[in-house]
Ligand binder design. Structure first.
Ligand SMILES: C[S@@+](CC[C@H](N)C(=O)[O-])C[C@H]1O[C@@H](n2cnc3c(N)ncnc32)[C@H](O)[C@@H]1O
Length: 304
């Protein structure tokens, strides 16, 4: 059946510069709410050679799936298994794993900060990739911080401290990290594609409010990165104002930063920016979607 986009849906598709076919797909996905796909990431508790005790998809040809991530076959319920309760793996969105794939080009950091960490998905993905030496999982919301702490404990993450500072407080601290994760609070438009109600998420007021907050978080985040270090910025929303435009604002406003190419994500490169950044839409088939951009702070070369 042909879908007649509503005004807000139409506005979003136009802002994303989608053609008629892609627009119809996205609108249908937002209305149907069945694009969700789950994944699991093995925790440090999973012994060498461990494989999840349920059927998983063959993902070998995808080329971007982060290490120690498995995609359960349809109908499997990973969270119902005792290994989940024992913390051998953590269950999360496949789109979240996709965002974390940008870390493929980042060398193991000596220290790292997940600025917006709860409930802990990105921190788990990072631990699976690097087994970090010195990681801080930070969450401003106290209730969510409790859940984060519980997840960190349950999955046995080593060398991980849980904190609750605001981004501006981190900036004032003066500490610098090799890697920052900024999985920013956003309007969450992709929730619609998972069948989760999110009133107002397509409206200008919600998008503008989030874009302003994201710029503030990023202006603080850039102050917390060591020379040559990275920030992985990600959201689970579609609007360019919360994605490409936040990054372009930071690149214009803060000297000495560049967006980094991620060859593994080349097929997802955004056409809405003249720097490398990546977007996932439901039509790609890897879940409800999201956005990611990897930024690197230049190394200052001393003049003799
Ligand atoms: C998208 S969620 C993070 C999801 C998490 N990274 C994960 O993968 O499980 C964004 C988080 O940012 C937090 N947050 C909200 N406002 C914030 C602000 N102004 N500064 C920093 N974090 C904020 C929210 O409480 C929320 O936990």
């Amino acid at each position: 059946m042909e879908v007649e986009p509503g005004k807000a849906e139409q506005r979003l598709c136009a802002r994303l510069k989608l053609d008629a076919e892609a627009s119809a797909y996205l609108v249908q996905a937002m209305r149907a709410g069945v694009s969700s796909r789950s994944a699991v990431v093995l925790s440090p508790k999973a012994p060498q050679g461990y494989v999840p005790p349920f059927a998983c998809e063959d993902t070998a040809a995808w080329g971007w799936l982060p290490p120690r991530v498995y995609v359960p076959c349809e109908g499997e319920r990973p969270t119902a298994h005792p290994d989940y309760a024992a913390g051998l793996y953590y269950s999360l969105d496949l789109s979240s794993c996709w965002e974390s794939a940008a870390l493929e080009v980042v060398p193991p950091p000596a220290n790292s900060l997940d600025l917006c960490a709860a409930p802990g998905g990105k921190t788990m993905l990072m631990a699976a990739r690097y087994l970090p030496q010195n990681h801080t999982a930070n969450e401003v919301n106290a209730a969510r911080r409790g859940i984060l702490r519980q997840n960190v404990l349950q999955c046995g993450l080593p060398n991980t401290e849980v904190t609750g500072l605001r981004p501006d407080q981190w900036a004032a601290e003066g500490r610098v990290f090799d890697l920052l994760l900024v999985d920013a609070p956003c309007s969450g438009q992709s929730l619609l594609c998972k069948g989760i109600k999110n009133p107002g998420c397509l409206g200008a007021q919600m998008v503008n409010g989030n874009a302003k907050r994201q710029k503030g978080i990023m202006l603080a985040a850039v102050q917390c990165v060591a020379e040559g270090g990275h920030i992985l910025y990600s959201t689970c929303t579609y609007d360019p104002d919360e994605n490409e435009k936040v990054i372009s604002y930071i690149l214009r406003r803060v000297p000495g930063w560049q967006a980094v190419e991620v060859p593994q994500l080349a097929q997802f490169r955004s056409a809405l920016a003249d720097f490398p950044c990546y977007r996932l839409l439901p039509q790609h088939g890897f879940g409800a979607g999201g956005f990611c951009c990897l930024l690197q702070k230049n190394t200052i070369i001393e003049q003799k």
